[in-house]
Write a protein of this length. Structure first.
Length: 353
């Protein structure tokens, strides 16, 4: 039986140790089989939805704990976790709140979570997912004869999604994504866990996957372990800001060149370089007064940009607001994508274009 009265104890920040990290006044009553690590950043409404799903797993509540790693940290998130801990104190799983005050980003938050966990197996998901009721049970089954497992991610889309939504749906095709992954704690310890230089939610999961593979880990699919991952609403023009993530492609390439070429090998589309060359030619023509070259270069830039925009609009919404967004962002994405890749190449000292 779990104690009727519980006290939510805040785990100390990364780098500090305490004799007990759990949310109970005493020791956990039984050995835990698995810990769920949920990084979060100032999204208490989404976190609430995720915790509701995690608290109704078909797995016995005595078998698992939930560690919420607050990358804020902020009072609203803490209050949300406190409320769940109190509500599920008598019959629910252990729920713990872990403020992350050192290196920020999902990689650092997940490291804080698995290192503070009591269980030998770790389940990773995000605060904006809705795990299926049988998610943990299926993950445990997959790890019986494996070191890590990748679950199935379902991304619901409207018949005519936005370009951002269609791009986000690619998560459902990822080989290994920490929105739905299971890893033995010993394997995480052996590889060092996540590389905290990945300060944004991009390629940190592929980096862990490649590190596990290089360490000889056996990774399997766990298609019965399902999480729903609705696409969050995004501000107008969000794809411009997203180009900043391209710098992390260079970091992943530097660390795992062979696996990167084999499993990812993403480069800016050739059309991006065509846009860049045509604009450089246009400026050169303007500077030298070559009218014919100016017309040719300008026409090439316009044709390539409109072609890129048309490709993004294919199979997406065609309302005026979305079309205008695609036109505006298509003007800037080629330059920003190449810029951030060059930034990553310089920052991480690797030849990567």
């Amino acid at each position: 039986m779990r104690p009727a009265d519980v006290e939510l104890r805040e785990s100390p920040p990364i780098g500090e140790r305490a004799p007990c990290f759990n949310g109970y006044a005493g020791a956990l009553p039984e050995p835990l089989r698995i810990a769920v690590v949920v990084p979060t950043w100032r999204r208490p409404d989404l976190l609430t939805r995720c915790l509701e799903a995690l608290c109704v797993q078909t797995l016995s509540p005595d078998d698992y704990e939930i560690v919420v790693c607050d990358d804020g940290p902020d009072d609203a998130t803490r209050t949300t976790v406190e409320r769940f801990a109190a509500t599920h104190a008598a019959r629910g799983p252990a729920i713990r709140y872990l403020p992350v005050r050192e290196t920020q980003g999902p990689a650092a938050a997940r490291n804080a979570g698995w290192r503070a966990a009591h269980a030998p197996l770790i389940a990773f998901t995000d605060d904006d997912t809705v795990p299926d009721a049988g998610w943990l049970r299926a993950g445990l089954a997959a790890l019986e004869h494996a070191d890590a497992a990748a679950g199935r991610i379902v991304v619901p889309l409207a018949a005519a999604p936005s370009d951002y939504e269609r791009d986000a749906s690619g998560l459902a095709r990822a080989e290994f994504a920490t929105a739905n992954a299971f890893v033995r704690r010993s394997a995480l310890a052996q590889t060092g866990g996540f590389d905290e230089r990945f300060t944004a939610a991009w390629r940190e999961d592929s980096d862990l996957q490649f590190a596990l593979l290089q360490a000889g880990a056996h990774i399997v699919r766990a298609d019965e372990a399902i999480v729903l991952h609705p696409v969050r609403p995004a501000r107008w023009g969000v794809s411009i800001a997203q180009q900043r993530k391209s710098r992390f492609e260079a970091l992943l390439y530097r660390k795992h060149r062979a696996l990167y070429r084999e499993r990812i090998a993403t480069r800016p589309p050739l059309i991006y370089y065509g846009v860049l060359v045509s604009v450089l030619a246009l400026f050169a023509a303007l500077a030298s007064g070559q009218t014919r070259l100016m017309i040719v270069a300008g026409a090439a830039w316009l044709a390539l940009t409109l072609g890129f925009c048309a490709r993004r609009l294919k199979h997406t919404r065609r309302d005026a607001r979305h079309v205008l967004e695609m036109l505006w962002t298509s003007l800037w994405i080629p330059f920003l994508s190449i810029f951030w890749r060059l930034d990553g190449a310089i920052r991480y000292r690797v030849w990567f274009f």
